[in-house]
Design a protein around this ligand. Structure first.
Ligand code: 13P
Ligand code: ZN
Length: 274
């Protein structure tokens, strides 16, 4: 099968376009990766180039040895993914040591995978183990309302979780584990990847202060929907703060009732009295 005809590639392209239409991907901002299923690789194997040379990932992901990923290219614009996918995204393979990757398809005008490849792969590794292989999508976006909040709220998991939960009734149902926050760090390297993937052991959402967000999920719909929900919560919170703050809210006991009704466990450490 032609690579561009396969369903996972089409789903990936559609999500890149949707993210761009949300205004989350100025210039080359943001990046995105999908851990490809064995049967999906089998269908396109005859169109992959296994002659390319190996490059260093910049970190070690032994639990992703011999896995295949579809990723956005570094410096490439989300708005161009739909127009010329073969020039803006790539299929890569991780070697048997988990230290190197090579490009099997795509980026046909040159380039390399996203500079956040260490964060993407370390998050994939953590999530593959934590979810028994269910999570396959890692998505990084420059979401403006969340970025704005990181200049105002204390950079603590519990504060962000509780503040975001209080903005919309569905929030604690959608991201019931809460959200993690990474202090400002230099992007693109192993250090920020280690900090992010540590938080991904507990959460599906990690906020990068003054930068954006990372979300993890099983498929494109769930991962995009998660990013959308959290960024919309951030938007509501920005509006509430701009109007002078809350005069009434969803209380800790309301959250407990919600948790019972929707069968989710909400950690009591986020339900502190204010
Ligand atoms: P890339 O173009 O290398 O993916 O970088 C964009 C970005 O958002 C870095 O955090
Ligand atoms: Zn970024």
């Amino acid at each position: 099968m032609n690579v561009l005809e396969s369903k996972f590639v089409q789903g990936f392209i559609r999500m890149a376009t949707d993210g761009n239409n949300m205004g989350w991907h100025e210039r080359n901002g943001g990046n995105f990766s999908y851990r490809i299923k064995d049967e999906e690789i089998e269908q396109i194997k005859s169109n992959l180039n296994f002659e390319s040379s190996w490059s260093k990932i910049g970190t070690s992901v032994p639990n992703l040895a011999k896995e295949y990923f579809l990723v956005t290219g570094s410096g490439k614009y989300f708005r161009n993914v739909e127009l010329t996918p073969e020039a803006n995204i790539a299929i890569i393979e991780v070697d048997e040591t988990g230290e190197n990757y090579r490009i099997l398809w795509g980026l046909n005008e040159g380039g390399r995978p996203t500079s956040e490849l260490p964060s993407h792969l370390m998050n994939h590794e953590v999530k593959k183990l934590a979810t028994n292989g269910a999570h396959r999508v890692i998505y990084h976006a420059h979401t403006p309302n969340m970025i704005a909040l990181t200049f105002v709220l204390p950079l603590e998991d519990a504060v962000f979780t509780r503040e975001l939960w209080e903005t919309m009734t569905e929030c604690p149902v959608v991201f019931f584990q809460g959200v993690g926050v990474v202090d400002w760090m230099v992007p693109g390297g192993r250090d920020i990847a280690v900090a992010t993937s540590e938080l991904m052991k507990k959460y599906d959402v990690v906020i990068w202060a003054h930068h954006g967000m990372f979300c993890s999920g099983e498929d494109f719909d769930l991962t995009f929907g998660l990013m959308h929900t959290v960024e919309k919560a951030a938007e509501v919170l920005v509006k509430v703060l701009a109007m002078g703050g809350r005069r009434q809210t969803i209380t800790p006991n309301d959250f407990r009732e919600l948790a019972d009704e929707f069968n989710v466990t909400l950690d009591e450490k986020f339900l502190f009295e204010e």
